[in-house]
Design a protein around this ligand. Structure first.
Ligand SMILES: [Zn+2]
Length: 400
């Protein structure tokens, strides 16, 4: 089980324990099909409350009782005084809110932080996972360029952040000035303004924690859990927006087809790159997140994280339900598997070895990882993605 505490409102301290099997996949045991459907949707939306699910599915039959996963995942502290908040801007890119969070464990991609940018008029969030805090600057520039280009705006008018080092560097300040952006630095945790960013990050952590608890995936998968959480948050109704609209709808003008959502950490069968016609046609995988034209999965056979297109999902079988022999931790290590794992690990961390020695140097070698499903074209990403068998680098838009 993973529980989170927010001691100082910034650093989320995770207490990870080995998950015991207290949360079996209950879908199979729900005899009422209407309730089973409600539970499945609730999981697909990262344990979104049924009140909001009802907005998307007015006829949904709501189960009685409390959700154990939601209770375990949600933080209980940090009530913001909402009355101090200003009226929401309705002008796209007038106000953007940003905040960085640090996690106690490095992810499977060797990330340690994530940064979010929340656009106020649409409430649309974009997340990037980072190895180093100084990468915030690089990702802000990328976010700005993508948003201005995609939505044909001249500038981000106001950027709200806290006084954290990554935002107050001379480089960052000079850059925002040159772009016509007013940088508003607020005192952390006291400002209702940057409360938008802080609340967003907290919501993301709540949902990501629910994803990990529900699925039983190890904590090192947090980077995929936060990406999946943002994907779902952008497609869920929120009290920040009127009339039950979703951020995705506000930004794109399109209604998201919710039938495309999958359950984080569920079993799926994918067809990876075939080496010969005699290879198995599909392999057992774990769903991690959607991409522009497919999804990212953990291949249980090879332990690789790959991008695939043709996938068959088993939404009510989760990673936690697998026999111990199929899970990552307890898999017996033969020489062959050890070698394969090593090669896989090398692939996953292919760009990290070049950067761990000097945190202050931006080598442009770090693998990048842009979400909500947007991707950055860098050499390293290309290398990484080549290894992940994907070619979805460019021609993506930030809202997909
Ligand atoms: Zn739940």
């Amino acid at each position: 089980m993973a529980t989170g505490k927010s001691a100082n409102n910034i650093l989320y301290t995770f207490e990870f324990q080995v998950l015991t099997n207290t949360l079996p996949s209950v879908l199979a045991t729900i005899s009422d099909p209407a309730l089973a459907r409600a539970e499945l949707l609730h999981r697909k939306f990262c344990h979104l409350s049924y009140d909001y699910l009802k907005i998307l599915y007015p006829n949904l039959k709501i189960p009685k009782g409390l959700c154990e996963v939601r209770l375990k995942a949600k933080q209980t502290c940090n009530k913001f005084n909402k009355s101090k908040e200003r009226q929401r801007s309705t002008i796209l890119l007038e106000n953007v809110y940003t905040d960085v969070d640090e996690l106690p464990v490095r992810s499977i991609k060797n990330d340690k932080y994530f940064v979010t940018f929340t656009e106020e008029s649409t409430h649309f969030a974009t997340i990037f996972t980072l190895k180093f805090k100084h990468e915030v600057f690089k990702y802000y520039k990328y976010y700005e360029t993508r948003m201005l280009t995609a939505y044909q705006r001249p500038a981000i008018l106001n950027l709200y952040c806290d006084n954290d080092g990554e935002y107050v560097s001379n480089e960052f300040v000079a850059y925002t000035q040159s772009r016509g952006t007013d940088l508003h630095k607020t005192i952390p945790h006291t400002s209702p303004q940057n409360g938008i960013a802080e609340r967003m990050n907290r919501t993301i952590m709540d949902r990501a924690r629910a994803c990990l608890i529900q699925s039983g995936l190890p904590p090192i998968f947090w980077s995929y859990a936060v990406e999946y959480a943002v994907y779902v948050i952008n497609r869920s109704p929120t009290k920040a927006l009127p009339n039950g609209k979703t951020p995705y709808e506000m930004l794109t003008g399109k209604v998201f087809n919710c039938s495309k959502l999958q359950v984080f950490g569920c079993v799926c069968y994918a067809r990876p790159h075939l080496e010969s016609k005699l290879d198995e046609r599909s392999q057992k995988c774990i769903f991690l997140r959607s991409t522009t034209n497919g999804c990212k999965v953990l291949n249980l056979e090879t332990r690789e994280i790959i991008s695939v297109q043709n996938v068959r999902f088993e939404p009510d079988i989760l990673y936690r339900d697998l026999p111990a022999s199929e899970k990552l931790e307890t898999r017996p290590v033969t020489e062959e598997i050890a070698l394969k794992s090593y090669q896989t690990l090398k692939k996953i961390n292919i760009t990290t070895t070049t950067t761990t020695t000097n945190e202050s140097t931006n080598t442009h070698e770090q693998s990048t990882n842009i979400n909500d499903s947007a991707q950055l074209s860098t050499t390293s990403r290309a290398m990484l993605d080549a290894n992940e068998n994907t070619n979805t680098l460019s021609n993506t838009t930030i809202e997909q």
